[in-house]
Design a protein around this ligand. Structure first.
Ligand SMILES: Cc1cc2nc3c(=O)[nH]c(=O)nc-3n(C[C@H](O)[C@H](O)[C@H](O)COP(=O)(O)O)c2cc1C
Length: 198
């Protein structure tokens, strides 16, 4: 079993959103690759307020139990998978609203993978570009591969199960390569962090 802890951050809170399907699918695929400690971070039930300040600048009263739980999961993670829909040719503000609560301490010298999706043919790829500099500024090393899920409603069911579709084998293969790369980087950086920090 792999000792890595990985958080999957779902970038949508819309009713009947597709994002949760992608998050659940990735959680199951990570488990298949031996990563058992996965936090599927769904911002909807956490009821995360619109950002008014970073977590460490909030008063104790403002640190709701949900925010405290989010903080604990983010802080202990070795890597993050950011799952974003394409909203207006960019990434989802839900990602920013979750991740902006935390800064260097939680993220520095860790890795991140970018997953995008859409109900159209392009898999939300236009969201991926702007996410990368955002992750870099957080102190995260984003892995070279990105994973795009096109026509998500035909590829994944409500529980994140892979549906029978002309492109399901492609998604499975792309996901496997993407997660292998992410866990490789996460492992390498974890080992390096344990040795020293600059
Ligand atoms: C505010 C908004 C903006 C969108 N902009 C785009 C877009 O630029 N490109 C695209 O392919 N789809 C766009 N879509 C369609 C989404 O990709 C599609 O609705 C997807 O299911 C959204 O993810 P969600 O269901 O998890 O919220 C947009 C949807 C919304 C709600």
């Amino acid at each position: 079993m792999n000792a890595l802890k990985i958080s999957i951050i779902v970038g949508s809170v819309r009713p009947n959103r597709m994002g949760l399907r992608v998050g659940k699918y990735l959680a199951a695929q990570l488990a298949q690759q031996g990563v058992k400690q996965v936090h599927l971070i769904d911002p909807a039930p956490l009821n995360i307020p619109l950002l008014v300040n970073r977590y460490d600048s909030l008063t104790d009263a403002e640190k709701t139990p949900e925010l405290q739980e989010l903080h604990a999961k983010i802080a202990e993670s070795d890597a993050y998978i950011v799952v974003s829909p394409e909203y207006n040719h960019s990434y989802s503000p839900i990602i920013t609203n979750v991740m902006d609560y935390f800064y260097h301490n939680e993220y520095y010298f860790k890795s991140a993978g970018i997953v995008t999706y859409s109900m159209g043919a392009f898999g939300g790829v236009r969201a991926a570009g702007p996410i990368r500099p955002f992750l870099g500024q957080m102190g995260l090393t984003s892995i070279p591969q990105t994973l795009a899920v096109p026509v998500v409603q035909s590829l994944l069911g409500e529980d994140g199960e892979l549906l029978d579709s002309a492109t399901s084998a492609t998604l499975a293969s792309n996901t496997s390569k993407f997660l292998s790369e992410l866990t490789w980087f996460a492992d390498a950086l974890k080992t390096a962090r344990e040795k020293s920090r600059p």
